[in-house]
Design a protein around this ligand. Structure first.
Ligand SMILES: [Fe+2]
Ligand SMILES: [Fe+2]
Length: 255
């Protein structure tokens, strides 16, 4: 099977080089600008940040069963390194949410009611169910976690946050999300590595491709249609490049 993917040692080395602290990025100038944003832009960014707090907290919480289900020491080491990064992302997103949305008294609202309901369902219902089943379907669980939630939902949201942060000059938010997105690249590669090595990887990848459009739509109107389409096209390209989908992007197995 063709594969240009790094192996577990190379993925671990990427993680080891990439430690960072969310506090490095000053959010105070962003807050000043945030208060002056047009209400519609602020509401959109608020929904995106709320979704990221829910999403990153969930992926940090539900990765341990994947580690337990993995027979490969290399994969277990990568997953252990990933948990540390997901906890950092959750912290960075909570920090951004608090910095942008705290009231004059410092009170911070619960982000979950402000996140799109389909996204909350993906991270708080579907992900825990898949994690609980990882012991007998690690490939399917990885396809959901690394392929769909990180490789489609997060990517579509990150691109949108970055574009808005650039357009409205929010440097701390831009740097925070660019840094998170950089980590997610090796997490997505790790998921593809698992699928490439799995006996049922091609079958699972075809299902992942079929679900990508609906997953990207979980953000609703917070993410533009062109961003959704480009993220879905990118996941198909990635899966094809590593041999998990046939060249035409058609299902790899005749039915
Ligand atoms: Fe993350
Ligand atoms: Fe991740």
């Amino acid at each position: 099977m063709p594969s240009r993917l790094p192996d577990y040692d190379a993925l671990l080395a990427i993680s080891a080089r990439g430690a960072w602290a969310p506090e490095t990025f000053d959010l105070a100038p962003d807050r000043v600008r945030w208060d002056a944003l047009p209400a519609a832009v602020r509401a959109r960014l608020r929904g995106l940040l709320a979704g990221f707090v829910v999403g990153e907290e969930a992926v940090a919480l539900h990765l341990a069963p994947f580690e337990d289900a993995s027979a490969s020491p290399g994969l277990r080491a990568c997953l252990a390194a990933q948990v540390v990064e997901e906890e950092r992302h959750a912290h960075a997103c909570r920090r951004a949410w608090a910095a942008m949305t705290a009231g004059p008294d410092g009170a911070v609202a619960d982000p979950a009611p402000e996140a799109p309901a389909p996204l909350v369902a993906l991270f708080r219902e579907r992900l825990p169910a898949a994690a609980a089943a990882a012991g007998h379907d690690l490939t399917g669980a990885v396809a959901l976690y690394h392929g769909l939630l990180e490789g489609v939902v997060f990517l579509a949201g990150q691109q949108t946050v970055r574009a808005l942060a650039e357009r409205w000059e929010l440097p701390g938010l831009l740097a925070t999300f660019a840094r998170i997105e950089r980590d997610e690249r090796w997490h997505v590669a790790l998921g593809a590595r698992v699928l490439v090595d799995a006996g049922d990887g091609r079958e699972v990848a075809a299902r992942l491709r079929d679900e990508a459009g609906d997953a990207a739509a979980a953000w609703g109107a917070l993410v533009d249609a062109d961003v959704r389409a480009s993220v879905v096209a990118a996941v198909t390209r990635r899966l094809t490049a590593v041999g998990l989908l046939d060249r035409a992007g058609v299902a790899p197995f005749p039915v």
